[in-house]
Write a new protein. Structure first.
Length: 396
């Protein structure tokens, strides 16, 4: 096994159990290692700190599998880790009732670069690191054994793989996808999941609890849902008794999916739903010009800042949409605003929203701080995992 020696003092983050070794921390690699191979990680004075996966193409040169020097990284290791990750969701009473659950959440579950979402009998797997790629077969076998799923479908097609020197991959790894659409029920609402062509693994499970809260706040309110995708927030608002829901997205296929979702929920009043295909920024300007007002507004945009280097440009975009949001709120209204950008931290995001409220000339207060659902845990040693942050803000 090759040995990776760190520069003096660079072992401190690993001693705090942070799972990443950056290129700037590496002194030398002794021995030969291919991408994804397991290497021993040592301090400059030769102390063994653990074992991780070597990734020479990435700025994160090694992602740690274990901080226990005695741990062997083999098929049994992945069987044990996957089984433990699945079991942590099984005991959670709220998650046990859901058809759609994240089973493995990367570093937070001790499996860097591994994402696995269960939609009924189908597990969608996303591998984004060289180490995860190296142990693909072991991870799939462990998932099948731990879940008894009928199919494992791979969606390793994110841009992040390019940073690891990996090509995109997708397709069935175990079993076959069911004929026809795949449906789940989330908090009483039926939703179609497109595991082949949908965003990410097919659906945004991280917003599950926030969608439910939207429904609870929506009764007798007029709702505006921006960047609505396939209508998850919109349908929960209708289920919660919203008076009307206007949903906007730039994607025609996404809106078609939203309409199908509504059609498969006959308990919801489709006469209260309006769908609009448009650039959200332009649509917000038009609504402002029309002097429209809404009691509840949801802003759930795509990632504006994939890294901290993009934070300044992203801040301007977040400022703009939140400024529009505050200006379109009726007195006593609530703005539910989100950022999924890893490059924009919670403190910065709150400052951006506060600045937008100030520019809009409204008094605002935070009702809820919002984040990802509990099947998307955040490792205390790796706060970078807290990518999704949100605020429910009341005005007036």
């Amino acid at each position: 096994m090759a040995r990776l020696f760190l520069k003096p003092g660079k072992e401190r983050s690993l001693q705090r159990r942070h799972p990443w070794v950056f290129a700037g921390s590496v002194d030398r690699l002794e021995g030969r290692a291919r991408p994804g191979d397991t290497v021993e990680v040592l301090s400059d004075d030769g102390r063994l700190l653990g074992r991780g996966a070597w990734s020479p193409a990435s700025q994160i040169r090694t992602r740690m599998w274990s901080f226990d020097p005695a741990t062997v990284i083999d098929h049994a290791f992945f069987k044990r880790m996957v089984s433990s990750s699945v079991a942590r969701r099984a005991w959670h009473p709220w998650l046990a009732q859901q058809d759609g659950v994240r089973l493995i959440h990367g570093e937070s579950d001790g499996l860097p670069g591994v994402i696995a979402d269960r939609f009924g009998a189908v597990v969608v797997l996303q591998l984004t690191s060289a180490g995860a790629e190296r142990w693909r077969e072991a991870i799939v076998a462990a998932l099948v054994q731990a879940t008894g799923c009928a199919a494992v479908y791979e969606r390793s097609d994110s841009d992040v793989r390019g940073l690891e020197g990996l090509e995109p991959r997708s397709g069935c790894l175990h079993g076959e996808l069911p004929d026809g659409p795949l449906w789940i029920t989330e908090n009483g609402v039926r939703l179609e999941v497109d595991v082949v062509a949908g965003h990410k693994t097919g659906f945004y499970l991280d917003q599950r609890d926030n969608r439910l809260l939207t429904g609870q706040l929506a009764r007798d309110r007029s709702v505006l849902n921006c960047f609505c995708y396939t209508g998850g927030f919109s349908l929960q608002a209708l289920a919660g008794g919203a008076r009307s829901v206007l949903s906007i997205d730039s994607s025609a296929p996404a809106l078609e999916g939203a309409r199908r979702n509504l059609a498969h929920n006959p308990q919801l009043d489709c006469g209260r739903a309006e769908w609009q295909q448009a650039d959200v920024f332009e649509a917000l300007r038009a609504l402002r010009a029309e002097e429209r007002a809404f009691d509840l507004i949801v802003l759930d945009p795509p990632k504006f800042a994939p890294s901290a280097a993009h934070a300044e440009r992203a801040a301007r975009a977040y400022k703009d949409i939140n400024l529009f949001g505050f200006r379109l709120l009726a007195p006593g209204g609530i703005l539910m605003t989100y950022s999924c950008s890893g490059g924009v931290g919670l403190e910065l995001f709150q400052k951006i929203v506060a600045g937008a409220a100030s520019d809009a000339g409204v008094d605002a207060r935070i009702l809820h701080r919002l984040g990802a659902a509990p099947d998307h845990p955040i490792g205390l040693a790796a706060p970078e995992g807290e990518y999704l942050k949100g605020l429910a803000v009341a005005v007036g």
